[in-house]
Design a protein around this ligand. Structure first.
Ligand SMILES: [Zn+2]
Length: 207
């Protein structure tokens, strides 16, 4: 779809905005016009926040979660159980599980799921560092909290195969509830309960 612009500046801004997922040219135009209707300061603040975010954001060197410092706040917290690791896809899952206030272990953020269709293989994800943690012998339990989609199952199974010989406990959060892509939308009580009532991972292989 082509729009006729009276301004090259407007066209460029719409072009950039329309790169967001789910934002077409018309939606982008609406957002840009909204900005133009606000005080100039508001747009400048937005632009500054985005640049600051992009240039200063870090990924925790332990769990790969998005962080303001080398180690994220969760990994820095000595009250948490460092011998339990919950494996999740991205920061949205961490936020959803933290919201339940039922989990006091650590996380490991994979950064996606194995998906050959999308060209995502194990080497594209933070899997090696997870296996290394298990190999170092300080981990008692790995909890799989990926979505129960084919990609989620494939990823869980791939990791399970890598760590099963180390004799640690593996579990997965209860099935039948919305997890993974929908983890962030699952209600806190259901999600909290599914973490407390997590099942041995082997059980999920039989179904
Ligand atoms: Zn961390």
């Amino acid at each position: 779809m082509s729009l006729d612009y009276s301004s090259k500046l407007l066209e460029n801004a719409v072009e950039e905005m329309s790169r967001f997922p789910g934002i077409g040219k018309r939606s982008a135009l609406r957002l840009i016009l909204h900005l133009l209707n606000q005080d100039e300061e508001q747009t400048v603040d937005l632009a500054k926040a985005l640049v600051k975010l992009r240039t200063e954001i870090k990924f925790c060197k332990n769990c790969h979660n998005i962080s303001d410092s080398e180690l994220c706040e969760i990994c820095q917290n000595s009250n948490r159980q460092s011998e339990i690791i919950c494996v999740v896809e991205d920061i949205r899952d961490v936020m959803a599980i933290e919201n339940t206030q039922q989990y006091k272990g650590m996380y490991h953020v994979l950064g996606g799921k194995i998906s050959p269709m999308d060209g995502v293989g194990p080497q594209n994800l933070n899997i090696e560092s997870l296996v290394n943690k298990v190999r170092d012998g300080k981990i008692d339990e790995i909890i799989f909290a990926l979505s129960s989609t084919m990609e989620g199952d494939t990823t869980n199974f791939y990791i399970y195969k890598q760590i099963q010989d180390y004799g640690i406990k593996t579990s997965s959060i209860a099935r039948g509830i919305s997890v993974g892509d929908e983890l962030e939308f699952a209600d806190e009580i259901t999600l909290g309960r599914s973490i407390i009532n997590r099942q041995p991972f082997e059980n999920s292989l039989k179904s």
